[in-house]
Write a protein that binds this ligand. Sequence first.
Ligand code: CP3
Length: 364
Amino acid sequence: MTADAARSNDHPARTPDDGGLAESPFLLACRRRPVPHTPVWFMRQAGRSLPEYLRVREGVPMLESCTRPDMIVEITMQPVRRYAVDAAIFYSDIMVPLRAVGVDLDIKPGVGPVIADPVRDAAGLDVLRPLSPDDVPYVTEAVGGLVGELGATPLIGFAGGPFTLASYLIEGGPSKNQERTKAMMYGEPRLWDRLMERLTDLTIAFLKVQIAAGASAVQVFDSWVGAVAAQDYRESVLPHARRIFAEIEPLGVPRIHFGVGTGELLGLMGEAGADVVGVDWRVPLDEAVSRVEPGKALQGNLDPAVLFAPWEIVERRARDVLARGRTAEGHIFNLGHGVLPSMDPDVLARLADLVHEASSEDPR
Ligand code: CP3
């Protein structure tokens, strides 16, 4: 694809029959098709655990790095060069579309996203205007560049889920108990729904930009939605999550839905309509199979902290994840949450190789 085509907003989604993507084990597993080996990638595989990342980022604030196409391409490629991963994840952040429509926010090292004026009333919604592709030209340009570099390796685009985005906006930053967020959800359901509608629109628009530029799959990170009880998820989150996956469906790329601490929500997260449900490390995959409706692949779910144990333990646990993953209609190996900053990249490299070797001995 030419750079001009990549930049054009009406460029059609990359179809799986070009560039060798049709044989991508990652895309096949998302579609619950036979694979030569279990595909593997790691959430947060780009970033602070890599010395080459720290070097590139020196002196450049996090959000600025997400607006520089050359930097985005380089950082996205770094883990692909190091590990035998079956997919790349676009280097960006769930806060980027909020920043792009004008929300005053920063990502503070060691803290996370911090919002200057938290959204606590109807007037606060005004800042959340619709996102147009022209607001994020650097995303379109970087995805286009990556598609060329990646060849037969698919690029996963992503966005934050509406609960997780709402939680940062309402709390003003990271929160352990999500008390203000839940207070709005319980106490001001109409305001909550209006906020969730705008965030859902933003997520859909951000995903569409990435798919139009050539992303082969997308993941919605509703990382903190595990704070919500199933009944409240059904009433206050599910309708919005459903709309995301329904609006992305016609674009024809696999959709992954992930959250942390979502054992009680896995069935509902499947109902939301994604092709793949991401599972954290708290629920074994064979148990997750019984919680999620048929017709879904699963992604997960080695406890990231296991990688700090001796290799024999890592290997035994990884083989256990693979064995349980075989009970699913499709399995993408991943960690149960993101790579931790202090993780040894060599252990991740060894783990990716192990997943390939162990699963190709007996392909599904
Ligand atoms: O390989 C990748 O996944 C890189 C792309 C990526 C980043 N953030 C880059 C990043 C992705 C997919 C995200 C998603 C993201 N961002 C989530 C969902 C995933 C999850 O972990 O559940 C969330 C909740 C955020 C918000 C956010 N941004 C947090 C909590 C932090 C960490 C703050 C800290 O320093 O402890 C960030 C910053 C961030 N996003 C970094 C990276 C590489 C680190 C910033 C740095 O290097 O200075």
